[in-house]
Design a protein around this ligand. Sequence first.
Ligand code: B12
Length: 211
Amino acid sequence: MNELAKALRDLDEDRVNELVDEKLAQKVSPIEIINDLNEGIVAVGELYASGQYFLTELMFSGEIMQGLMAKLEPFIAAKGAEGKIIGTVVIGTVSGDIHDIGKNIVVNLLRSHRFKVIDLGVDVPAEKFVEMVQTSGAKVVGLSALLNSTYPEMKNVVEAFKEAGLRDQVKVIIGGTVVSEAVREFTGADAYATDAVKGIEYCKSIYQAEE
Ligand code: B12
């Protein structure tokens, strides 16, 4: 494990910030920094799952990550938000789930890649996704999910698009640590991504296919 991931795993906030500042000064890309941080946060999750960390530590790791995201955001946004908008993406964390750090990274990256993003936040009911697609005409919807318990809810959102008669007008991509090809198949989504960059590539491919 790299030093930055270790510092985050150990919840050493000062050291984590020091290392991130050093990397930014060395012009390391924010995506590379996020990948390193991910390794550390996954380790925090494992320590929580094995009973060595408690909810307090889980919450603290989230706070450290949010602070870091605020620091990294301008570097992501600065990358190239100029030019014609490629298309609109509706995104949110599904009902029952309040994790949003990863979703917010996807939102920032999409915006820096010239997408208009309608971010519905967390714990979003299926009807809200449908309503926003209806009103915005977005051709891609991103569902974020970090809990196994959200599988039926992701399926529910896809079903809601079918019921609204919108399923063939919108592509659904699911994202987060718990998604996989098997989950994509179960939910009826069109694609899945366990990292933000893959998600952005997918959104681009949908709008570029239209041109
Ligand atoms: C921080 C954290 C929290 C924070 C969240 C703060 C916040 N504002 O988000 C708090 C403390 C609130 C929290 C609460 C809980 N948590 Co929690 N949490 C985590 C932790 C440690 C890190 C998550 C994170 O931010 N990762 C960093 C980001 C950058 O990564 P990411 O989210 O995966 O996002 C990346 C990709 O997945 C992808 N992506 C994400 N979304 C999307 C969407 C789209 C469209 C696309 C394309 C891509 C994409 O792009 C991102 C960048 O590459 C994880 C551990 C883990 N392994 O994930 C546990 C974890 C997710 N939590 C867990 C649990 C159990 C809980 C609680 C139930 C605990 C409890 N007893 O209350 C609650 C649930 C609350 C709820 N109803 O949602 C479990 C889930 C187990 C499971 N698989 O079901 C985990 C895995 C920990 C563990 N190993 O046990 N948690």
